[in-house]
Design a binder for this molecule. Structure first.
Ligand code: EPU
Length: 420
Protein backbone atom coordinates (compact mmCIF):
# COMPACT_ATOMS: atom_id res chain seq x y z
CA UNK A 1 0.00 0.00 0.00
CA UNK A 2 1.26 3.49 -0.83
CA UNK A 3 2.25 5.97 1.85
CA UNK A 4 2.97 9.70 1.95
CA UNK A 5 6.23 11.14 3.18
CA UNK A 6 5.64 14.72 4.32
CA UNK A 7 8.24 17.27 5.36
CA UNK A 8 6.19 19.68 7.42
CA UNK A 9 6.42 23.37 8.18
CA UNK A 10 5.93 24.82 4.68
CA UNK A 11 3.03 27.31 4.36
CA UNK A 12 0.69 26.29 1.53
CA UNK A 13 0.42 29.11 -0.99
CA UNK A 14 -1.13 29.39 -4.43
CA UNK A 15 -4.11 28.14 -6.38
CA UNK A 16 -5.95 24.85 -6.36
CA UNK A 17 -8.88 23.65 -8.49
CA UNK A 18 -11.69 21.88 -6.68
CA UNK A 19 -12.79 18.59 -8.28
CA UNK A 20 -16.32 17.23 -8.69
CA UNK A 21 -17.98 15.92 -5.55
CA UNK A 22 -17.49 12.21 -4.88
CA UNK A 23 -20.66 11.99 -2.82
CA UNK A 24 -22.71 13.60 -5.59
CA UNK A 25 -21.08 11.58 -8.38
CA UNK A 26 -21.77 8.17 -6.79
CA UNK A 27 -25.61 8.38 -6.57
CA UNK A 28 -25.78 10.23 -9.90
CA UNK A 29 -23.88 7.38 -11.56
CA UNK A 30 -26.35 4.95 -9.94
CA UNK A 31 -29.23 7.06 -11.33
CA UNK A 32 -28.11 6.08 -14.85
CA UNK A 33 -29.59 2.63 -14.05
CA UNK A 34 -33.05 4.25 -14.19
CA UNK A 35 -33.03 4.58 -17.98
CA UNK A 36 -32.30 2.44 -21.03
CA UNK A 37 -30.75 5.49 -22.70
CA UNK A 38 -27.11 6.55 -22.35
CA UNK A 39 -26.19 9.13 -19.70
CA UNK A 40 -23.07 11.29 -19.77
CA UNK A 41 -21.87 12.63 -16.43
CA UNK A 42 -19.18 15.27 -16.38
CA UNK A 43 -16.82 16.66 -13.75
CA UNK A 44 -16.59 13.20 -12.22
CA UNK A 45 -13.55 13.02 -9.95
CA UNK A 46 -11.06 10.29 -10.87
CA UNK A 47 -11.13 8.44 -7.58
CA UNK A 48 -10.93 4.86 -6.45
CA UNK A 49 -14.55 4.91 -5.18
CA UNK A 50 -15.86 6.40 -8.41
CA UNK A 51 -14.01 3.85 -10.56
CA UNK A 52 -15.37 1.24 -8.27
CA UNK A 53 -18.94 2.42 -8.82
CA UNK A 54 -18.22 2.15 -12.56
CA UNK A 55 -17.25 -1.51 -12.04
CA UNK A 56 -20.41 -2.16 -10.04
CA UNK A 57 -22.55 -0.73 -12.84
CA UNK A 58 -20.64 -2.82 -15.42
CA UNK A 59 -21.22 -5.96 -13.38
CA UNK A 60 -24.95 -5.13 -13.38
CA UNK A 61 -24.81 -5.10 -17.19
CA UNK A 62 -24.30 -1.41 -18.03
CA UNK A 63 -21.70 -0.23 -20.55
CA UNK A 64 -19.39 2.19 -18.78
CA UNK A 65 -16.82 4.24 -20.67
CA UNK A 66 -14.53 6.96 -19.35
CA UNK A 67 -13.12 9.98 -21.10
CA UNK A 68 -11.14 12.47 -19.02
CA UNK A 69 -13.53 13.64 -16.29
CA UNK A 70 -16.65 12.31 -18.02
CA UNK A 71 -18.27 8.91 -17.74
CA UNK A 72 -20.83 7.53 -20.18
CA UNK A 73 -23.16 4.93 -18.71
CA UNK A 74 -25.53 2.98 -20.91
CA UNK A 75 -27.73 0.66 -18.89
CA UNK A 76 -29.75 -0.79 -21.79
CA UNK A 77 -30.14 -4.18 -20.11
CA UNK A 78 -29.33 -4.83 -16.46
CA UNK A 79 -29.73 -7.41 -13.73
CA UNK A 80 -30.94 -6.66 -10.22
CA UNK A 81 -28.35 -8.26 -7.94
CA UNK A 82 -25.56 -6.36 -6.16
CA UNK A 83 -23.15 -9.05 -4.91
CA UNK A 84 -21.37 -9.06 -1.57
CA UNK A 85 -17.92 -8.71 -3.13
CA UNK A 86 -19.16 -5.59 -4.94
CA UNK A 87 -20.93 -3.87 -2.07
CA UNK A 88 -18.61 -4.67 0.83
CA UNK A 89 -15.74 -2.56 -0.53
CA UNK A 90 -17.72 0.67 -0.54
CA UNK A 91 -20.80 1.45 1.51
CA UNK A 92 -21.81 4.16 -0.95
CA UNK A 93 -22.69 1.41 -3.43
CA UNK A 94 -25.97 0.81 -1.57
CA UNK A 95 -27.45 3.60 -3.68
CA UNK A 96 -27.85 1.18 -6.60
CA UNK A 97 -30.79 -0.38 -4.72
CA UNK A 98 -33.37 2.38 -5.33
CA UNK A 99 -32.75 2.59 -9.10
CA UNK A 100 -32.73 -1.21 -9.49
CA UNK A 101 -36.02 -1.52 -7.62
CA UNK A 102 -37.59 1.28 -9.67
CA UNK A 103 -36.48 -0.12 -13.01
CA UNK A 104 -36.73 -3.90 -12.46
CA UNK A 105 -39.24 -4.01 -9.55
CA UNK A 106 -36.77 -6.22 -7.75
CA UNK A 107 -33.39 -5.56 -6.18
CA UNK A 108 -31.23 -7.89 -4.16
CA UNK A 109 -28.25 -6.16 -2.62
CA UNK A 110 -25.72 -7.37 -0.08
CA UNK A 111 -26.12 -5.67 3.33
CA UNK A 112 -23.16 -3.30 3.54
CA UNK A 113 -22.34 -3.92 7.23
CA UNK A 114 -20.52 -1.54 9.56
CA UNK A 115 -17.23 0.25 9.06
CA UNK A 116 -14.56 2.02 11.01
CA UNK A 117 -16.60 5.23 11.44
CA UNK A 118 -19.74 3.55 12.78
CA UNK A 119 -22.54 1.03 12.26
CA UNK A 120 -23.85 2.27 8.85
CA UNK A 121 -27.29 0.57 8.99
CA UNK A 122 -29.73 0.77 6.04
CA UNK A 123 -32.98 0.37 7.99
CA UNK A 124 -34.22 3.79 6.83
CA UNK A 125 -33.55 2.95 3.15
CA UNK A 126 -35.55 -0.27 3.55
CA UNK A 127 -38.33 1.49 5.47
CA UNK A 128 -38.61 3.92 2.55
CA UNK A 129 -38.85 1.13 -0.04
CA UNK A 130 -41.46 -0.62 2.12
CA UNK A 131 -43.52 2.58 2.28
CA UNK A 132 -43.56 2.58 -1.53
CA UNK A 133 -45.07 -0.90 -1.42
CA UNK A 134 -41.99 -3.11 -1.73
CA UNK A 135 -41.82 -6.33 0.21
CA UNK A 136 -38.52 -6.48 2.07
CA UNK A 137 -36.79 -9.70 3.07
CA UNK A 138 -33.36 -10.21 4.55
CA UNK A 139 -31.72 -13.58 3.93
CA UNK A 140 -28.18 -14.81 3.56
CA UNK A 141 -26.75 -11.36 4.21
CA UNK A 142 -28.79 -9.80 1.40
CA UNK A 143 -31.64 -7.31 1.52
CA UNK A 144 -34.21 -7.97 -1.14
CA UNK A 145 -36.95 -5.57 -2.17
CA UNK A 146 -39.72 -6.61 -4.58
CA UNK A 147 -42.90 -4.96 -5.74
CA UNK A 148 -45.39 -5.62 -8.51
CA UNK A 149 -45.69 -1.83 -8.79
CA UNK A 150 -44.17 0.87 -6.58
CA UNK A 151 -46.85 3.28 -5.41
CA UNK A 152 -46.22 6.82 -4.15
CA UNK A 153 -46.58 7.36 -0.41
CA UNK A 154 -45.56 9.53 2.50
CA UNK A 155 -42.13 8.42 3.67
CA UNK A 156 -40.55 9.66 6.90
CA UNK A 157 -36.75 9.32 6.84
CA UNK A 158 -35.78 10.84 10.20
CA UNK A 159 -33.48 8.66 12.30
CA UNK A 160 -31.36 8.82 15.44
CA UNK A 161 -28.91 11.25 13.88
CA UNK A 162 -31.33 13.14 11.66
CA UNK A 163 -32.02 12.12 8.08
CA UNK A 164 -30.00 9.82 5.88
CA UNK A 165 -28.22 11.14 2.80
CA UNK A 166 -28.00 7.99 0.70
CA UNK A 167 -31.36 6.80 2.09
CA UNK A 168 -32.95 9.99 0.73
CA UNK A 169 -31.14 9.47 -2.59
CA UNK A 170 -32.32 5.85 -2.76
CA UNK A 171 -35.98 6.56 -1.97
CA UNK A 172 -36.04 9.60 -4.26
CA UNK A 173 -34.68 7.50 -7.15
CA UNK A 174 -37.12 4.64 -6.45
CA UNK A 175 -40.05 7.08 -6.37
CA UNK A 176 -39.28 8.63 -9.78
CA UNK A 177 -40.86 5.64 -11.54
CA UNK A 178 -43.55 4.88 -8.91
CA UNK A 179 -47.22 5.36 -9.59
CA UNK A 180 -48.49 8.62 -8.07
CA UNK A 181 -46.95 11.06 -5.63
CA UNK A 182 -44.29 10.40 -2.99
CA UNK A 183 -43.56 12.88 -0.23
CA UNK A 184 -40.28 12.32 1.65
CA UNK A 185 -40.42 13.97 5.05
CA UNK A 186 -37.29 14.61 7.10
CA UNK A 187 -35.34 14.31 3.86
CA UNK A 188 -31.59 15.02 3.84
CA UNK A 189 -30.92 18.61 2.67
CA UNK A 190 -27.31 18.10 1.52
CA UNK A 191 -26.22 19.81 -1.75
CA UNK A 192 -25.48 16.33 -3.15
CA UNK A 193 -29.21 15.54 -2.88
CA UNK A 194 -30.05 18.74 -4.76
CA UNK A 195 -27.54 17.80 -7.47
CA UNK A 196 -29.10 14.35 -7.79
CA UNK A 197 -32.61 15.85 -7.98
CA UNK A 198 -31.45 18.25 -10.72
CA UNK A 199 -30.01 15.34 -12.67
CA UNK A 200 -33.19 13.27 -12.21
CA UNK A 201 -35.32 16.20 -13.39
CA UNK A 202 -33.10 16.57 -16.46
CA UNK A 203 -33.84 12.86 -17.11
CA UNK A 204 -37.57 13.61 -17.09
CA UNK A 205 -38.39 13.02 -13.41
CA UNK A 206 -40.64 15.36 -11.43
CA UNK A 207 -38.88 16.17 -8.18
CA UNK A 208 -39.53 19.34 -6.19
CA UNK A 209 -38.32 20.56 -2.79
CA UNK A 210 -34.82 19.02 -2.87
CA UNK A 211 -32.60 20.95 -0.47
CA UNK A 212 -35.48 21.22 2.02
CA UNK A 213 -36.67 18.53 4.47
CA UNK A 214 -39.75 17.83 2.33
CA UNK A 215 -39.20 16.44 -1.16
CA UNK A 216 -42.12 15.66 -3.46
CA UNK A 217 -41.74 13.23 -6.34
CA UNK A 218 -44.46 12.71 -8.92
CA UNK A 219 -43.85 9.38 -10.59
CA UNK A 220 -43.42 9.21 -14.38
CA UNK A 221 -43.59 6.24 -16.78
CA UNK A 222 -39.95 6.37 -17.86
CA UNK A 223 -36.80 8.44 -17.74
CA UNK A 224 -34.46 9.33 -20.58
CA UNK A 225 -30.73 9.90 -21.02
CA UNK A 226 -29.00 13.02 -19.74
CA UNK A 227 -25.82 15.05 -19.77
CA UNK A 228 -25.08 16.34 -16.31
CA UNK A 229 -22.17 18.11 -14.60
CA UNK A 230 -21.50 17.20 -10.97
CA UNK A 231 -21.18 19.99 -8.34
CA UNK A 232 -17.75 20.84 -6.91
CA UNK A 233 -16.71 18.90 -3.82
CA UNK A 234 -17.44 20.97 -0.71
CA UNK A 235 -15.53 18.53 1.53
CA UNK A 236 -12.42 18.72 -0.65
CA UNK A 237 -12.69 22.53 -0.63
CA UNK A 238 -13.02 22.58 3.17
CA UNK A 239 -9.99 20.29 3.48
CA UNK A 240 -7.74 22.63 1.43
CA UNK A 241 -9.09 25.66 3.30
CA UNK A 242 -8.17 24.04 6.63
CA UNK A 243 -4.77 22.94 5.31
CA UNK A 244 -4.05 26.56 4.30
CA UNK A 245 -4.95 27.77 7.80
CA UNK A 246 -3.00 25.02 9.54
CA UNK A 247 0.20 25.80 7.61
CA UNK A 248 -0.12 29.60 7.95
CA UNK A 249 -0.50 29.89 4.20
CA UNK A 250 -2.79 31.55 1.69
CA UNK A 251 -4.67 29.45 -0.82
CA UNK A 252 -7.16 30.36 -3.55
CA UNK A 253 -9.74 27.63 -4.10
CA UNK A 254 -11.11 27.73 -7.64
CA UNK A 255 -14.64 26.47 -8.13
CA UNK A 256 -15.45 26.17 -4.42
CA UNK A 257 -19.14 26.94 -3.88
CA UNK A 258 -19.19 29.14 -0.76
CA UNK A 259 -22.95 28.66 -0.36
CA UNK A 260 -22.26 24.97 0.34
CA UNK A 261 -19.57 25.80 2.90
CA UNK A 262 -21.36 28.24 5.21
CA UNK A 263 -20.99 26.22 8.44
CA UNK A 264 -17.30 25.47 7.80
CA UNK A 265 -16.46 29.06 6.87
CA UNK A 266 -18.36 30.33 9.91
CA UNK A 267 -16.22 28.18 12.24
CA UNK A 268 -13.00 29.02 10.42
CA UNK A 269 -13.81 32.73 10.73
CA UNK A 270 -14.69 32.29 14.43
CA UNK A 271 -11.26 30.68 14.87
CA UNK A 272 -9.62 33.72 13.24
CA UNK A 273 -9.07 32.39 9.71
CA UNK A 274 -9.69 34.99 6.97
CA UNK A 275 -11.90 33.87 4.10
CA UNK A 276 -12.85 36.01 1.17
CA UNK A 277 -14.93 35.30 -1.90
CA UNK A 278 -13.35 36.57 -5.14
CA UNK A 279 -15.61 35.87 -8.11
CA UNK A 280 -15.84 32.10 -8.49
CA UNK A 281 -12.90 31.59 -6.12
CA UNK A 282 -12.47 31.52 -2.36
CA UNK A 283 -9.31 32.89 -0.77
CA UNK A 284 -8.33 31.46 2.61
CA UNK A 285 -5.62 33.02 4.74
CA UNK A 286 -4.53 32.40 8.29
CA UNK A 287 -5.11 35.40 10.59
CA UNK A 288 -2.42 36.46 13.03
CA UNK A 289 -3.75 34.66 16.11
CA UNK A 290 -6.16 31.77 16.06
CA UNK A 291 -8.59 31.01 18.86
CA UNK A 292 -10.28 27.80 19.99
CA UNK A 293 -13.81 27.02 18.82
CA UNK A 294 -16.42 24.43 19.78
CA UNK A 295 -17.96 22.37 17.00
CA UNK A 296 -20.86 19.95 16.80
CA UNK A 297 -21.35 17.93 13.64
CA UNK A 298 -24.89 17.97 12.31
CA UNK A 299 -26.78 17.17 9.12
CA UNK A 300 -26.56 19.91 6.45
CA UNK A 301 -26.63 22.93 6.83
CA UNK A 302 -24.81 22.19 10.09
CA UNK A 303 -21.10 21.46 10.38
CA UNK A 304 -20.34 18.34 8.27
CA UNK A 305 -19.09 15.17 9.91
CA UNK A 306 -16.84 14.75 6.86
CA UNK A 307 -14.83 17.83 7.94
CA UNK A 308 -14.64 17.01 11.64
CA UNK A 309 -11.27 15.22 11.55
CA UNK A 310 -9.58 17.90 9.43
CA UNK A 311 -10.88 20.65 11.74
CA UNK A 312 -9.56 18.73 14.72
CA UNK A 313 -6.08 18.69 13.14
CA UNK A 314 -6.24 22.50 12.85
CA UNK A 315 -7.51 22.99 16.40
CA UNK A 316 -4.62 20.97 17.88
CA UNK A 317 -2.47 23.92 16.75
CA UNK A 318 -4.63 26.59 18.39
CA UNK A 319 -3.78 27.53 22.00
CA UNK A 320 -6.72 26.83 24.35
CA UNK A 321 -9.46 24.23 24.63
CA UNK A 322 -11.76 23.35 21.72
CA UNK A 323 -14.57 20.83 22.10
CA UNK A 324 -15.63 18.81 19.08
CA UNK A 325 -18.83 16.81 19.38
CA UNK A 326 -19.60 14.13 16.79
CA UNK A 327 -23.35 13.58 16.40
CA UNK A 328 -23.55 11.68 13.11
CA UNK A 329 -21.24 8.65 13.41
CA UNK A 330 -20.57 7.13 16.82
CA UNK A 331 -16.96 6.07 16.34
CA UNK A 332 -15.54 8.70 14.06
CA UNK A 333 -12.60 9.54 16.30
CA UNK A 334 -10.07 7.03 14.95
CA UNK A 335 -7.75 9.91 14.06
CA UNK A 336 -7.45 11.02 17.71
CA UNK A 337 -4.82 8.48 18.71
CA UNK A 338 -2.83 9.04 15.52
CA UNK A 339 -2.88 12.83 16.03
CA UNK A 340 -1.60 12.01 19.52
CA UNK A 341 1.43 10.33 17.91
CA UNK A 342 2.26 13.73 16.41
CA UNK A 343 2.07 15.31 19.86
CA UNK A 344 -1.56 16.50 19.98
CA UNK A 345 -3.30 16.48 23.37
CA UNK A 346 -6.87 15.23 22.83
CA UNK A 347 -9.17 13.40 25.22
CA UNK A 348 -12.39 11.66 24.26
CA UNK A 349 -15.37 11.97 26.57
CA UNK A 350 -18.45 10.25 25.16
CA UNK A 351 -19.33 11.83 21.82
CA UNK A 352 -16.91 14.73 22.40
CA UNK A 353 -13.21 15.23 21.85
CA UNK A 354 -11.55 17.78 24.08
CA UNK A 355 -8.67 19.30 22.19
CA UNK A 356 -6.07 21.03 24.33
CA UNK A 357 -4.39 22.90 21.54
CA UNK A 358 -1.21 24.84 21.12
CA UNK A 359 1.49 22.23 21.61
CA UNK A 360 3.73 22.13 18.55
CA UNK A 361 3.27 18.96 16.49
CA UNK A 362 6.29 16.95 15.50
CA UNK A 363 6.47 14.47 12.63
CA UNK A 364 6.01 10.73 13.21
CA UNK A 365 4.83 7.63 11.39
CA UNK A 366 1.01 7.41 11.50
CA UNK A 367 -1.66 5.10 10.14
CA UNK A 368 -4.69 6.29 8.16
CA UNK A 369 -7.93 4.56 9.23
CA UNK A 370 -10.55 6.11 6.95
CA UNK A 371 -10.83 8.74 4.28
CA UNK A 372 -11.34 11.91 6.32
CA UNK A 373 -9.05 10.73 9.14
CA UNK A 374 -6.32 10.37 6.50
CA UNK A 375 -6.90 13.93 5.35
CA UNK A 376 -6.56 15.10 8.97
CA UNK A 377 -3.23 13.29 9.32
CA UNK A 378 -1.95 14.84 6.09
CA UNK A 379 -2.92 18.32 7.37
CA UNK A 380 -1.25 17.66 10.73
CA UNK A 381 1.85 16.33 8.94
CA UNK A 382 2.02 19.46 6.75
CA UNK A 383 1.90 21.64 9.88
CA UNK A 384 4.23 19.52 12.03
CA UNK A 385 7.95 20.02 12.43
CA UNK A 386 9.99 17.28 10.82
CA UNK A 387 8.92 14.29 8.78
CA UNK A 388 5.60 12.45 8.91
CA UNK A 389 4.96 9.15 7.19
CA UNK A 390 1.24 8.57 6.58
CA UNK A 391 0.74 4.88 5.94
CA UNK A 392 -2.19 3.21 4.10
CA UNK A 393 -3.06 6.25 1.98
CA UNK A 394 -5.36 4.16 -0.22
CA UNK A 395 -8.09 5.55 2.01
CA UNK A 396 -7.29 9.07 0.86
CA UNK A 397 -7.21 8.01 -2.80
CA UNK A 398 -10.84 6.91 -2.38
CA UNK A 399 -11.97 10.51 -1.89
CA UNK A 400 -9.36 13.11 -2.89
CA UNK A 401 -8.36 13.50 -6.51
CA UNK A 402 -4.56 13.68 -6.86
CA UNK A 403 -4.16 15.14 -3.40
CA UNK A 404 -0.37 14.76 -3.39
CA UNK A 405 0.13 16.59 -6.68
CA UNK A 406 -2.42 19.28 -5.76
CA UNK A 407 -0.57 19.85 -2.48
CA UNK A 408 2.79 19.93 -4.25
CA UNK A 409 1.30 22.62 -6.50
CA UNK A 410 0.77 24.65 -3.32
CA UNK A 411 4.38 24.19 -2.26
CA UNK A 412 3.99 21.23 0.08
CA UNK A 413 6.86 18.80 0.40
CA UNK A 414 4.90 15.59 0.03
CA UNK A 415 6.04 12.47 -1.76
CA UNK A 416 4.11 9.32 -2.57
CA UNK A 417 6.06 6.20 -1.72
CA UNK A 418 4.73 3.41 -3.87
CA UNK A 419 4.65 -0.06 -2.47
CA UNK A 420 7.10 -2.11 -4.42
N1 EPU B 1 -28.54 5.85 9.57
C1 EPU B 1 -29.47 5.03 10.14
N2 EPU B 1 -30.21 4.23 9.30
C2 EPU B 1 -30.07 4.25 7.96
C3 EPU B 1 -29.11 5.11 7.39
C4 EPU B 1 -28.34 5.91 8.23
O1 EPU B 1 -29.63 4.97 11.35
O2 EPU B 1 -30.78 3.51 7.26
C5 EPU B 1 -27.73 6.72 10.45
C6 EPU B 1 -26.24 6.44 10.31
O3 EPU B 1 -25.83 5.39 11.15
C7 EPU B 1 -25.64 7.76 10.70
C8 EPU B 1 -26.65 8.77 10.17
O4 EPU B 1 -27.87 8.05 9.98
O5 EPU B 1 -25.63 7.86 12.10
C9 EPU B 1 -26.28 9.46 8.88
O6 EPU B 1 -25.92 8.51 7.92
P1 EPU B 1 -26.22 8.73 6.38
O7 EPU B 1 -27.14 7.66 5.91
O8 EPU B 1 -26.64 10.14 6.13
O9 EPU B 1 -24.80 8.47 5.73
P2 EPU B 1 -24.57 7.91 4.27
O10 EPU B 1 -25.63 8.42 3.39
O11 EPU B 1 -24.34 6.45 4.32
C10 EPU B 1 -23.15 9.86 3.31
C11 EPU B 1 -21.75 10.08 2.82
C12 EPU B 1 -20.78 10.04 3.99
C13 EPU B 1 -21.18 11.13 4.99
C14 EPU B 1 -22.63 10.92 5.42
C15 EPU B 1 -23.14 12.00 6.35
C16 EPU B 1 -21.77 9.14 0.59
C17 EPU B 1 -21.26 8.11 -0.34
N3 EPU B 1 -21.41 9.04 1.86
O12 EPU B 1 -23.18 8.58 3.90
O13 EPU B 1 -19.51 10.35 3.45
O14 EPU B 1 -20.34 11.08 6.10
O15 EPU B 1 -23.49 10.89 4.26
O16 EPU B 1 -23.04 13.24 5.76
O17 EPU B 1 -22.47 10.05 0.19
C18 EPU B 1 -17.17 10.37 3.33
O18 EPU B 1 -17.27 10.91 2.22
O19 EPU B 1 -16.07 10.28 3.94
C19 EPU B 1 -18.36 9.79 3.96
C20 EPU B 1 -18.31 8.89 4.93
Amino acid sequence: MDSFLIKGGVPLCGDVAISGAKNAALPIMAAALLTREPCVIRRVPRLVDVRYMGQILSRLGAQVTWEDDAVRIHAAKIKGVGDYDLIRKMRGSICIMGPLLARLKTARVSLPGGCVIGARPINLHLKGFASLGARITITGGYAQARARQLVGAEVFLGGRAGSTVLGTANVMMAATLAEGITVIESAACEPEIVDLANCLNAMGAKVTGAGSPIITITGVKELHGVEHEVIPDRIEAATYAIAAAATKGEVTLHGARTEHLAAVLDKLQAAGVRTERRGAALVVRRGRRLQPVDITTLPYAGFPTDVQAQMMALLTLVPGISIITERIFESRFMHVSELGRLGADIEIEGPSAIVKGGRPLSGAPVMASDLRASAALVIAGLAARGTTLVNRVYHIDRGYEEIDSKLRGLGARIKRLQES
